[in-house]
Design a protein around this ligand. Structure first.
Ligand code: NOJ
Length: 924
């Protein structure tokens, strides 16, 4: 008997889960995932202990609906608040009522870019077990017993929370004497070649929150980036599940990540969209702690089961007629993609690492020698003095200003890396000052948290330099970090120098779960577990603010990040981290960028060629072509990978790659305009087929083909030895291949040639695409004076329309209305160009606030940019054409336009200023 008791006691004192996280943590190794999956296995709506108290308050002035949810098992209470937002959204926050500890609730400050547009225009209707609140077409039904929340649109249920009864809110409580809340993790400390057991003390005990969210009648759900898997999220549980592990959110340094898996990657946007012809809905689970998401499919519906380690239930519903609208409604709250500087949409050349100034300048010169345009040269960690960021390794880079000036003279820019870890070194002032000012993450016992990362050096010498991590949740740290970018702090930078924030998950070599321990402490004694997925996002916000400080708010910052959270798009670009040079990694890039775009992030891309390995000429060429149609266009390679700048593979690849990069530059006016369209709307730039053609059920499973902007449809070639491929045309419009100008028409499947020197990329009939005319060399700056060619593909009915946005490409003067925004309309008798904002004094943007606009502003008046050609595809033979310019400066005599027939193209040589209004009258 005594022995028995001892055994029980020993079991109670054992950490609750003993896991091995040598590779990636699995659900069975995470106690909150295990507990919540167990509820999913046994729980049902009938057994859910949660019920809503009958008194629900509705404050008609503020629009706030509040009440309590009781738990019949624990006899505790939760409080909830429901609000409707004017942008087809509603928000439900569930917190502890009189909880033992506060739950982390600061994530919305980052995720949302403005105060939420709460409306009080809400109607209430009570029945015995439900209360229905409605605003316009949208309704939220609160079911009291058992507790459930349903989202309806047009009277149809599209979202159902706790319909399965898996809602679980582990409230903070006092520890029972026989309990051990700690959790242990077997850590693979590869740097020091040892494994050890890490004990997470979990001083506050279990605190997970979970809920099942069903999309009734929807078989397709998308989103929750970043995962290296299919666009349409496959099942992780239930009969015939495609995966066994739930999707995981735990921002992680995933070197050479595996594809077609649900494991966590570098960033987390907890936003999911369900779509089917005629209907769509979305949810945001706003919680930055570790999350697991199971996907079930049953009887034509999809259930997602969200399980977070701690924090609040902060849930948003998004309604809309289709996925684009739902995505836009999400973007209205989390913000548009920052409008990039034009240079940053050009080509970037990176490598880990260009080791000396001479090497870097040789690479720069290579682009001129091979007549390949590019804009930005990147310097990785070896540019620093011993991985101390904001310093230069002067032995290898003796004259950094001279180096930057050489690039600047060609209109080019430079980027240097700044990681968050700070070397523990008395001579490194960023470290000493941050320590002195108490701005660093701490161990649970209050001492400064120290771990290993790049400053530790590889191969490691035991006992070498450790690192500490900034606590960006502390406002003083945000300010301190921003100030490091000032010219006086980061010496020898010039204004063409921009920033790359890497390892900001944060990555800790040999750390538990590859990061800072969960029980380390942030500002206000918040545990790292509560904020982990927000860490990188806060870092880039501080970096963004730093660049603003540096240049006195004159220039739009350029920041690249690896880790991110919802809302990070407001501060820069992301890339997909350490891919391999494999066809699988090229393939998975397409669904990933589509998922990111739906979730608000447009400025995205992967390392061209893959980071690790050595792509052969074919793979590298395919990668250069497919990446043209992503937001961020950068070649990068690992330390151990052989060099592979665009000319290294030799012919025919150099010529093919040159053509790919030049095509990117030819398309820059179109790409920049697409970013502007996102900035004002904010609708995705990259559009999955189901988002572009929401009523076509065939598009729901497509992920290889997608739209880039409103006008281009592309299909990257992502397997070897391909000479032809099949393209699905969703409508009866003509589509013209931008590399061959071949026409494709007829709804359905088509087989097309897919040679290595091009890509199936088509302009859809009915579109006008602004492009640059002339041979693109140098940089986007040196190409500024190249005139435009407006490529118009006539629709099946013979018309087309499009737009072009243009500004100085770098400053915030566009916020003061200094830009040109033209709309082009092509009809059978006439082509017109008019101010998009004719008669308006401001631009209403849905994601970025309103911008004042003055028609014919100084930029528009003086911009020398000209439209040289209008190229028509699909036009009848035109006999003559006359140009009438309506410049605000006065009247111009009508001019006969030269017509050049070039194969299937009819080129009208107009030579007219982009800033002016004009018509071209066509005669047949
Ligand atoms: C990891 C990043 O993913 C990679 O792109 C970079 O080159 C290395 N860190 C070194 O900084």
């Amino acid at each position: 008997m005594v022995g028995m008791r001892l055994l029980v006691l020993a079991a109670a004192l054992m950490p609750s889960v003993l896991v091995s996280a040598k590779d990636w943590k699995t659900c069975s190794e995470s106690s909150h995932c295990v507990r919540n999956r167990a509820i999913a296995d046994s729980g049902s709506a009938a057994t859910s202990p949660y019920a809503v108290d009958s008194s629900i308050d509705f404050d008609q002035e503020s629009g706030e609906i509040t009440g309590k949810i009781g738990n019949s098992a624990s006899k505790t209470k939760l409080s909830f608040k429901l609000t409707f937002l004017t942008n087809d959204a509603a928000r439900i926050i569930i917190d502890e009522h009189d909880g033992l500890h506060n739950r982390y609730h600061e994530a919305p400050k980052f995720a949302f870019h403005r105060a939420l547009p709460v409306t009080s225009d809400v109607k209430r209707e009570d029945s015995s077990n439900t209360i229905t609140f409605s605003h316009g077409l949208n309704e939220v039904v609160i079911q009291k017993q058992p507790f459930a929340i349903k989202g309806r649109r047009n009277g149809k249920e599209v979202i159902n929370v706790n319909g399965n009864g898996w809602f679980n809110f582990e409230q903070y409580r006092k520890k029972r004497p026989d309990e051990d809340w700690s959790e242990s993790l077997l850590v693979d400390d590869w740097l020091n070649k040892r494994d050890f057991t890490w004990i997470d003390t979990r001083p506050k005990g279990p605190a997970s929150v979970a809920a099942d969210i069903t999309f009734p009648g929807f078989e397709h759900v998308y989103g929750i980036p970043e995962h290296a898997t299919s666009l349409n999220l496959k099942t992780t549980r239930g009969p015939g599940a495609a995966y066994t592990e739930p999707f995981r959110f735990w921002n992680t340094d995933t070197y050479n990540y595996t594809t077609n898996v649900t494991t966590a990657n570098y960033g987390a946007i907890p936003f999911m969209v369900a779509a089917k012809p005629g209907s769509a809905a979305g949810v945001m689970w706003l919680n930055p702690s570790e999350a697991w998401i199971d996907i079930y499919r049953k009887e034509g519906s999809t259930t997602s089961h969200w399980m977070s380690e701690s924090g609040l239930v902060d849930l948003l519903f998004f309604w809309g007629n289709d996925a684009l609208e739902v995505s836009r409604n999400f973007g209205i709250l989390t913000g548009s993609q920052e409008l990039p500087q034009r240079f940053s949409l050009g080509y970037h050349q990176c490598r880990y690492s260009y080791l000396t100034e001479t090497e870097a300048l040789e690479v720069d010169a290579g682009f001129d020698e091979y007549k390949i345009p590019y804009d930005t040269l990147w310097l990785d960690i070896d540019v620093t003095q011993g991985k101390r960021y904001f310093t230069w390794n002067y032995t290898a880079f003796p004259t950094p200003v001279r180096m930057q000036d050489i690039l600047a003279a060609k209109g080019r820019k430079m980027v240097t890396i700044k990681d968050p870890h700070l070397a523990v070194d008395e001579n490194y002032k960023v470290y000493t000052q941050a320590l002195e000012q108490d701005l660093l993450i701490k161990f649970a016992n209050g001492s400064t948290y120290e771990g290993q990362c790049w400053p530790t050096n590889i191969p490691v010498e035991q006992g070498k330099t450790l690192a500490v991590w900034p606590d960006y949740t502390k406002p003083e740290m945000m300010k301190f970090w921003a100030e490091q970018y000032k010219y006086e702090n980061y010496e020898n930078q010039t204004k063409i120098l921009w920033t790359w924030n890497d390892m900001n998950e944060p990555a800790v070599f040999g750390g538990p779960d590859k990061s800072a321990p969960r029980d380390t402490l942030h500002y206000g004694d918040v545990e790292h577990r509560d904020v982990h997925n927000l860490y990188g996002a806060l870092m880039i916000q501080a970096s963004y603010e730093g660049h603003l400080l540096r240049d006195d708010h004159a220039l739009r910052p350029f920041i690249l990040t690896r880790a991110f959270f919802a809302g990070s798009q407001r501060y820069g670009a992301m890339w997909m981290g350490d891919s391999g040079s494999t066809w699988e990694h090229l393939q998975v890039a397409s669904p990933t960028i589509q998922s990111l775009a739906l979730s608000g992030f447009q400025f995205t891309g992967g390392d061209i060629g893959g980071f690790i390995g050595s792509p052969d000429g074919e793979l590298l060429t395919r990668w250069y072509y497919s990446a043209i149609f992503t937001g961020f266009y950068r070649g990068h390679s690992d330390l151990g990978s052989p060099r592979r700048e665009p000319w290294v593979r030799g012919e025919p690849y150099t010529s093919y790659i040159r053509e790919a990069i030049r095509t990117r530059y030819t398309l820059l006016p179109f790409i920049y305009t697409s970013f502007w369209n996102n900035y004002v709307s904010p609708e995705p730039i990259v559009r999955p087929m189901f988002a572009a053609f929401p009523n076509d059920p065939k598009t729901l499973d497509m992920e290889e083909q997608y739209f880039f902007g409103r006008e281009l449809m592309v299909k990257p070639i992502t397997s070897p030895n391909v000479t032809e491929t099949s393209i699905y045309l969703p409508d009866a419009e003509p589509y013209y291949n931008i590399f061959t100008w071949e026409k494709l028409q007829g709804q359905g499947e088509h087989t097309v040639a897919a040679g290595l020197n091009g890509l199936p990329a088509f302009i859809r009939g009915g579109s006008v695409v602004p492009t640059k005319h002339g041979v693109a060399t140098g940089s986007s700056k040196t190409q500024e004076s190249l005139p435009l060619d407006l490529v118009a593909v006539l629709s099946a009915e013979g018309s087309a329309s499009g737009s072009m946005y243009h500004d100085d490409g770098e400053s915030f003067s566009n916020q003061k209305g200094k830009f040109i925004w033209k709309q082009f309309i092509v009809k059978s008798d006439k082509i017109t160009s008019r101010d998009m904002l004719a008669g308006k004094n401001n631009v209403h943007t849905n994601g970025a606030g309103d911008i004042p606009f003055s028609p014919y502003n100084a930029f528009q008046k003086w911009s020398p940019l000209k439209v040289k050609y209008i190229t028509l595809l699909g036009a009848k033979a035109i006999k003559s054409a006359t140009l009438n310019v309506k410049s605000k400066n006065g009247c111009h005599p009508a001019k006969e336009v030269k017509i050049i027939v070039d194969g299937c193209k009819t080129k009208l040589e107009v030579n007219v200023r982009l800033g002016d209004d004009w018509d071209v009258v066509l005669h047949y």
